[in-house]
Design a protein around this ligand. Structure first.
Ligand code: GRF
Length: 206
């Protein structure tokens, strides 16, 4: 019987960022090293001075700045964002420090295709101060979560979590450093799982 060659699918990923872009960098590095069957097709930012822009440019990835100042409402911003995203036909949208709440219609349009990374073990400590909040609560363990995005903030089916012990001596800075290291491993792993299986099964925590 004649063998038919199966072409390896490369997942097209749009990454949305607002700031440093260290998670973007981890994804770009994993793609470049062939560790994940994915390609970043566009980086979309809502902040013209995001460091993520130069990281994308260095990797030769197109950057689109969707300016919130041009959009009077979240719904309007969502429309412009959707149009910008659609041009690149991504299989997956990875939010990586994108500090903006997506409009319900954007989330519906890309339902099941948007993932987010958060520096806590959701549902604990949602919001912009997850690390500070975990320290203030005195928890012994926090961690990172990758989840599918639904219409609520830092909410939706969990894909993977990685726990990180909190040390008595931890400050926001030292804890954040360890959480970031975990994020930079976990996010590419989840993207690879989605590339491989196309599924939202849990990624086993190490
Ligand atoms: C990460 O800690 C992520 O969990 C949160 O925003 C931060 C983004 O960091 N959603 P960076 O821009 O990837 O460095």
């Amino acid at each position: 019987m004649k063998k038919t060659a199966t072409k390896k699918k490369i997942l097209s990923v749009a990454v949305f960022c607002s700031g440093q872009g260290t998670n973007l960098q981890a994804i770009l590095d994993a793609c470049r090293r062939g560790k994940i069957s994915a390609r970043v097709v566009v980086v979309i930012v809502d902040n013209a001075s995001a460091l993520a822009i130069s990281r994308a440019q260095k990797a030769g990835v197109p950057v689109v700045f969707v300016d919130p100042a041009q959009c009077p409402s979240r719904a309007q911003y969502g429309k412009v964002l959707a149009a910008a995203t659609a041009r690149f036909k991504p299989d997956l949208i990875a939010l990586a420090g994108f500090m903006r709440i997506l409009s319900p219609s954007f989330v519906r349009r890309y339902k099941g295709k948007i993932i987010n990374i958060h520096p806590a073990l959701l549902p604990a400590f949602p919001g912009a101060h997850a690390v500070r909040d975990a320290l203030a609560a005195g928890v012994k363990t926090t961690g990172v979560t990758v989840h599918f995005v639904d219409e609520q903030v830092d909410h939706g089916p969990v894909i993977a979590q990685r726990p990180i012990p909190v040390k008595r001596s931890d400050t926001e800075e030292t804890l954040l450093r360890r959480l970031h290291r975990a994020e930079h491993q976990l996010y590419p792993e989840v993207i690879q799982q989605i590339a491989r299986t196309g599924s939202n099964k849990r990624v086993r925590s190490k």
